[in-house]
Design a protein around this ligand. Structure first.
Ligand code: GAR
Length: 198
């Protein structure tokens, strides 16, 4: 069975959508572990579904690289076919990206390359954009710069709050993530040449 490790930092609504889909015997992927950089509330979803969790906090390490090495060994312990960053709010250093690329994807709440970074929804509203959306892309060494796999657009309602727009985007992302992981697992969506040489 195609196996997935999910990394989160927050509430984990996207994680929950994937766990729910993967509970069906018809779904072609399984979440084998969930990791975080803190005691994120979303870890409760994993516990509810009986999926093991791990927390690796950067503040316990002398460098980002040392933190990432331990994070990587926790991920690789589960031998995943794919790593999903679902609201994981840390930029990963090159040592971990190079090990996992292209088998690591990220959800981002904008139509990349527009509005990369940690404040995409606020930046979208501040720019007065009338259309936004959600992107799933391969993680590379940059910040939200990797190859785009799927994008879904939604209109930005006039006067909408940041919180409401973020929630609208999350609803779109949940379906998008379930579909993307299914397509990667079945081979309908191919990540990159490099995966065949790994
Ligand atoms: C999602 O909207 C995701 O796109 C965003 O965090 C949210 C996590 O929601 N990620 C980023 O902004 C990464 N730069 P969730 O914890 O409810 O799944």
């Amino acid at each position: 069975m195609f196996s997935v490790v999910v990394l989160i930092s927050g509430g984990g609504s996207n994680l929950r959508a994937l766990l729910t889909a993967a509970a069906s015997p018809l779904y072609p992927a399984k979440v084998v572990a969930v990791g975080s950089d803190k005691a994120a509330t979303g870890l409760e979803h994993a516990e509810e579904f009986g999926v093991p969790t791990f927390v690796v906090e950067p503040s316990r390490f002398e460098s980002r690289e040392a933190w990432a090495e331990v994070l990587l060994s926790n991920i690789e312990f589960h031998k995943p076919d794919l790593v999903v960053l679902a609201g994981f709010m840390r930029v990963l250093p090159a040592n971990i990206v190079n090990q996992l690329s292209p088998r690591m994807i990220n959800l981002h709440p904008s139509l990349l390359p527009d509005f990369p970074g940690a404040n995409a929804v606020a930046d979208t509203l501040a720019a007065g954009a009338t259309v936004t959306g959600a992107t799933i892309h391969i993680v590379d060494e940059g910040v939200d710069t990797g190859k785009v796999l799927t994008q879904v657009s939604i209109p930005v309602a006039l006067g909408i709050s940041e919180t409401d727009l973020q929630e609208q985007i999350k609803l779109v992302e949940q379906e998008q993530l379930v579909q993307a992981v299914q397509d990667i697992a079945t081979g309908a969506l191919v990540l990159a040449e490099k995966e065949h040489n790994a």
